[in-house]
Design a binder for this molecule. Structure first.
Ligand code: PHE
Length: 332
């Protein structure tokens, strides 16, 4: 038996062992080139065939074929296995359908605030902000509501030990704004408010308001009415009407509640629904912030965001707005 055959057999088993150990495509490819490539082992071995006897030549040809097929078989087997195991190694099954990402959107309350703010800005109002954690002075006293005022009863709230409280209305922002700047003032302030309310379909311990304040020379009730009407029409449609009813707030004089007429409300008859609390800013409030009530006058109004959201989007229970159930929220 010729040395050549031994050499070929030895090279074959070495290459097969190397293939067994190969862990990636690159090393498999290297073994293939080493053995079968143009300058590789097998072509070189075939050149030596001229040195062997004629009887042995067919046998060497047979062995050469065996080397070739066994290597090729082993190589494709290895490549297949590598392909299959690739995903398992990474722990990723690329055949599983992707997870669908939902595109988020604004919460309904934020959206209604944005809508209100857009309308008021077009009328020349500037947006301001104020603290949710207020002091008693700004939330009550400066708003003409001293400690013994009966109005405080309906606005009980959460108090901190240091006397601060969670604001019951956005009205303290009126005071904070006027303390900081001279007239004219024309602001709206959206924000969260808190009261000691028992939750039900129309009450919540926290809710949102938008405050409006306009102070300048010669501001009258007519300006208030025009502003509220304009807002109502922009928000609910051209065909709504408003009406003003006498009311009481400690910090406005006269005070009103303003209703909006909804045609065919919920498919039924026309209905007046209360939307705004408002009035002419009480001279005491102007004095409290250092304004001269003989020189400037103004109006203020407040509206409940949740109420508007519920009316506009036909929501039967205020609590839906806070439960953050996606099945509810994604409808809007
Ligand atoms: N702050 C009042 C409330 O929460 C609403 C209001 C605002 C009334 C401004 C008059 C002027 O009920």
């Amino acid at each position: 038996m010729s040395d050549l055959i031994d050499k070929m057999e030895a090279a074959l088993s070495e290459a097969l062992a190397d293939l067994d150990a190969a862990a990636d495509e690159k090393s498999i490819e290297e073994i293939k080139i080493r053995m079968l490539g143009r300058k590789g082992f097998l072509p070189a071995a075939m050149k030596e065939i001229k040195n062997v006897s004629n009887e042995e030549k067919p046998l060497i040809g047979k062995v050469a074929n065996k080397v070739k097929t066994e290597l090729n078989n082993k190589i494709s087997e290895k490549l297949d296995a590598l392909e299959d195991s690739g995903s398992a190694v990474d722990g990723i099954d690329v055949t599983i359908p992707g997870r669908q990402r939902k595109i988020g959107k604004k919460h309904l309350i934020t959206r209604v605030i944005d809508d209100c703010v857009t309308i008021f800005r077009r009328m020349g109002f500037v947006v301001v902000d104020g603290p949710e954690l207020e002091d008693e002075y700004h939330n009550f006293d400066a708003l003409n509501t001293p400690a013994d005022h009966p109005s405080r009863d309906s606005q009980d709230t959460f108090y901190l030990l240091d006397g601060r409280l969670l604001r019951t209305q956005t009205s303290p922002v009126q005071i904070r704004t006027m303390e900081k700047q001279d007239p004219p003032v024309r602001i709206v302030c959206p924000g969260r408010c808190f009261r000691r309310d028992t939750p039900d379909a129309t009450h919540s311990m926290n809710f949102s308001q938008i405050e409006g304040l306009h102070i300048d020379t010669n501001i009258s009730m007519a300006d208030l009415k025009g502003t509220l009407l304009m807002f109502a029409q922009e928000m609910f449609g051209e065909d709504v009407e408003i009406r003003m009813r006498p009311h009481f707030f400690p910090f406005t004089e006269p005070s009103i509640e303003c209703d909006v007429l909804f045609r065919n409300f919920k498919g039924g008859k026309d209905s007046w629904l209360e939307i705004f609390g408002a009035g002419m800013v009480d001279p005491n409030v102007l004095t409290n912030v250092g304004y001269d009530p003989e020189k400037v006058t103004g109006y203020a109004f407040g509206l409940g965001i949740e109420r508007i959201a519920m009316l506009k989007y036909d929501i039967p229970d205020i609590r839906y707005l806070y439960e953050n159930d996606i099945r509810f929220l994604e409808q809007f």
